[in-house]
Design a protein around this ligand. Structure first.
Ligand code: FES
Length: 118
């Protein structure tokens, strides 16, 4: 399957700390990912909890704890490290979110995804 890069948004559209969901095409159809920004660092993950595969956010773009220092799954409350998506507590403790390669260039955020080119 080919890998290609999509421009998700400009860096200005991301709060710090903050998160933003996005969609992309795969051979199987649409899939969803999210960006997380904290202390100027941006990471991207597939929006699928390792516990059940459900989307993590309980409302649009709401992926973080109240303090904004960790990712929280809105379904059963699993807590993940922002930097590497490792689950620190909850029903999937010790497992990991699926990272997506991501970079910032000229104020825009790009993510590499596997699948069909849009
Ligand atoms: S689906 Fe995420 S903690 Fe259960």
């Amino acid at each position: 399957m080919s890998e290609h890069e999509i421009k998700v948004c400009s860096l200005d559209e991301l709060a710090d700390p903050g998160a933003k969901e996005f969609e992309f095409e795969t051979a199987q159809g649409k899939d969803y990912g999210f960006l997380v920004c904290r202390d100027g660092q941006v990471s991207a993950y597939v929006n699928s909890c390792p516990h059940t595969g459900a989307a993590l956010n309980w409302a649009p773009d709401r992926f973080l704890t109240k303090a904004g220092d960790q990712i929280m799954c809105g379904v059963h409350g699993a807590i993940f490290r922002i930097e590497d998506g490792h689950c620190l507590a909850g029903p999937c403790e010790g497992r990991n979110l699926t990272p997506l390669p991501c970079r910032v260039e000229d104020g825009a955020v790009y993510v590499s995804v596997k699948g069909e080119q849009a």
